[in-house]
Design a protein around this ligand. Structure first.
Ligand SMILES: [Zn+2]
Length: 325
């Protein structure tokens, strides 16, 4: 799937890259994920006693606003073009907990202290696991998140600067390792893991998977999977080299508990395109592209468009990103 434009949300970007280490800090997602935990209703165990006019008004207001705050869940579907598209959780307002928190924080509907909405998650009826086995090209378009897929197969010269930029900008990405590369660079892989990035499977010898029989495909995926296991990684994805796959690929990957994941826009090589051209391309479509100069620009443009940057797992999970206090 080359240079496909996506409406709205994009899944991934591929920077077909290379070696080395470094990077860290929290991405924008972490605070969200952590704050979601605090959103659980049990954090507010007492309900203030409603005994005067003001409180009644507050409750009334919360109840009427709560309807507008509600978001229905979206089921996972099989799309003709994009194959499997994950679902997205819905949310409803926990009225009593919101009321209690509002009292606790002296929040008022129109004051400086806005109402601290407490939400409940509503799971979609249909998730990815309920659908026939299909590859995934993108996340749910209701989820404002983009993931960088960084396929690492050769060359060492670009990985380090790239990791530096990811660190500076607080972005967590998903690195797909070619097994031949991984066998030689386990230390580098460990550093990437230690920095909080997700790591995953990009076959063993960078073959066109569709040209291989099932047994050879199994070997390609299996050998790299074994190396990942040695590093203590619990992997869930397989990104076929060059985006080439057939139905056996998807099936064989699933035997290892992996989902085949591709990217919505094909990559441009890491250093080849002019940075400005790549940034322009991203700006047009929130698509990818690469190159040292361009990565920073891409991150900026993606964020300016209101998207969060997360790993492939974060981007494809049904978890809402707006459940915060
Ligand atoms: Zn590749």
């Amino acid at each position: 799937m080359k240079s496909k434009k996506t409406a709205g949300l994009i899944l991934a970007m591929v920077l077909c890259v290379s070696t080395v280490l470094l990077a860290g800090t929290y991405g924008p997602l972490r605070p969200f994920v952590q704050s979601v935990k605090f959103v659980q209703p049990q954090t507010v165990s007492t309900i203030a006693f409603v005994n005067d006019q003001t409180e009644d008004e507050l409750m009334k207001w919360i109840k009427s606003e709560a309807v507008k705050q509600e978001k229905p869940p979206i089921n996972a579907v099989i799309d003709r073009v994009w194959k499997a598209i994950p679902g997205y959780d819905g949310r409803s307002v926990d009225i009593r907990a919101t009321y209690a928190r509002a009292k606790q924080l002296s929040a008022t509907p129109l004051g400086d202290n806005p109402i601290p909405w407490v939400y409940r998650t509503i799971k979609p009826k249909v998730g990815l696991n309920d659908l026939p086995l299909q590859p995934i090209y993108r996340g749910n378009s209701a989820k404002p998140m983009v993931a960088f897929m960084i396929n690492v197969a050769w060359g060492d010269e670009y990985l380090l600067p790239m990791l530096d930029i990811l660190k500076e900008t607080g972005v967590k990405a998903t690195f797909f390792f070619d097994g031949t590369w991984l066998a030689k660079h386990a230390d580098t892989a460990k550093s990437i893991i230690a920095l909080g990035h997700e790591v995953s499977n990009h076959a063993y010898t960078h073959p066109d998977m569709s040209k291989l029989g099932e047994a050879r495909q199994r070997e390609e995926i299996g050998k790299t999977e074994a190396l990942l296991k040695n590093l203590g990684v619990t992997n869930v994805w397989f990104a076929p080299p060059s985006g080439d796959y057939n139905s056996s690929t998807v099936k064989v990957a699933s035997e290892f508990g992996l989902r085949t994941v591709l990217w919505t826009l094909d990559t441009v090589d890491w250093m080849k395109p002019e940075p400005s051209a790549v940034v322009a391309k991203v700006a047009r479509s929130v698509g990818p592209g690469t190159s040292k100069g361009a990565l920073r620009g891409m991150i900026k443009v993606i964020r300016a468009k209101g998207y969060l940057l997360g790993t492939v797992s974060e981007t494809l999970s049904p978890e809402r990103v707006d459940l915060r206090l």
